[in-house]
Write a new protein. Structure first.
Length: 234
C-alpha cells in the first residue's frame, strides 16, 4: 500500500458506471461445444455460469465452459460493458499511540476500511484510492474548524468476489494538540504573553474504487475537503 501527503484535494471527480438495469436485451444465437443452439439474451454471469433469457421469458443457467469460443468472447465483452457495482463500505477510526510534552501532544490515527461486494458480479483487478483528512479547532483563528491536511494512498489491485469482503488500513496521520502560555516581555510595564490553545482531529475519509483505471464508485465519511486536484498518478 502506497501513501503520500497531498494538498487539500481529493483524487478525481465522480463519473458514472455501467449497469445492466434498464438496458435493452440483445437477443442472439448461442451454441455449445456440441453445436446445440439457443436464441436468447445474456442477463447475468456469476459463479462460472451464464444466465440466458429466451424471448418467451424462460431463463436457463448454463456453465460458461460449455459455450463455444465465440460465445465465450461475447460473454467476456458483455461482462466488461455491464458490470453491476454495489459496494458496502464501513469506516472505523483507530488510535495508534500518543507522545506527550509539557504543553503539546501528538497522536497517530488511521481508518480501518471494510468493503463488501453486494453486486451481481465478481470484481477482478479492483484498485482503491483513499484520502484521510484532519481538521483544526483553533480558538484564535478566524476559521475555528477548518480542514487543514490530507493523506492520500492507494491499495494495489485485487479481486473482490461477489458477497465477499476486503479490509485494509489507511496510512497513519498525526494530529497535534497545544495549550500554552509564553511570556513575551514588558510593554509599558505590563507583562505580555502569547497564548496558544488548539487541537487537530481526524475528521473524514473518502474512498474511490477503480476497475481498469475507470472510477466506478466512491464513498465519503465525515468531513472532507471539497476541492479536486488535476489528474495525477498516486
Amino acid at each position: 500500500m502506497n501513501t503520500k501527503r497531498a494538498p487539500i484535494w481529493i483524487l478525481s471527480t465522480l463519473v458514472g458506471f455501467a449497469s445492466v438495469a434498464g438496458a435493452a436485451l440483445d437477443y442472439r444465437t448461442f451454441s455449445n461445444k456440441e453445436g446445440v443452439e439457443i436464441k436468447a439474451a445474456l442477463v447475468a454471469v456469476r459463479d462460472g455460469r451464464v444466465t440466458l433469457r429466451k424471448e418467451d421469458g424462460k431463463t436457463y443457467a448454463i456453465p460458461l465452459d460449455t459455450l463455444s469460443e465465440v460465445d465465450k468472447d461475447y460473454v467476456k465483452r458483455w461482462r466488461e460493458e455491464n458490470i453491476h457495482i454495489s459496494l458496502d463500505m464501513r469506516f472505523e477510526k483507530e488510535k495508534l499511540g500518543t507522545r506527550k510534552g509539557d504543553q503539546k501532544e501528538s497522536t497517530e490515527w488511521l481508518f480501518n476500511v471494510t468493503i463488501t461486494n453486494r453486486g451481481f458480479n465478481d470484481l477482478e483487478g479492483v484498485t482503491f484510492k483513499y484520502a484521510i483528512f484532519k481538521d483544526l479547532h483553533d480558538r484564535y483563528a478566524k476559521d475555528k474548524n477548518a480542514v487543514v491536511d490530507a493523506l492520500v494512498g492507494t491499495v494495489e489491485p485485487r479481486n473482490l468476489p461477489r458477497t465477499k469482503s476486503f479490509s485494509f488500513k489507511t496510512g497513519a496521520m498525526r494530529v497535534d494538540k497545544e495549550n500554552s502560555k509564553t511570556y513575551k516581555g514588558l510593554i509599558d510595564g505590563v507583562k505580555q504573553y502569547e497564548y496558544k490553545k488548539w487541537d487537530e482531529s481526524l475528521c473524514g475519509i473518502t474512498v474511490e474504487v477503480y476497475l481498469k483505471d475507470k472510477l466506478v464508485d466512491r464513498k465519503e465519511f465525515g468531513k472532507i475537503a471539497p476541492l479536486r486536484p488535476p489528474t495525477e498518478k498516486n
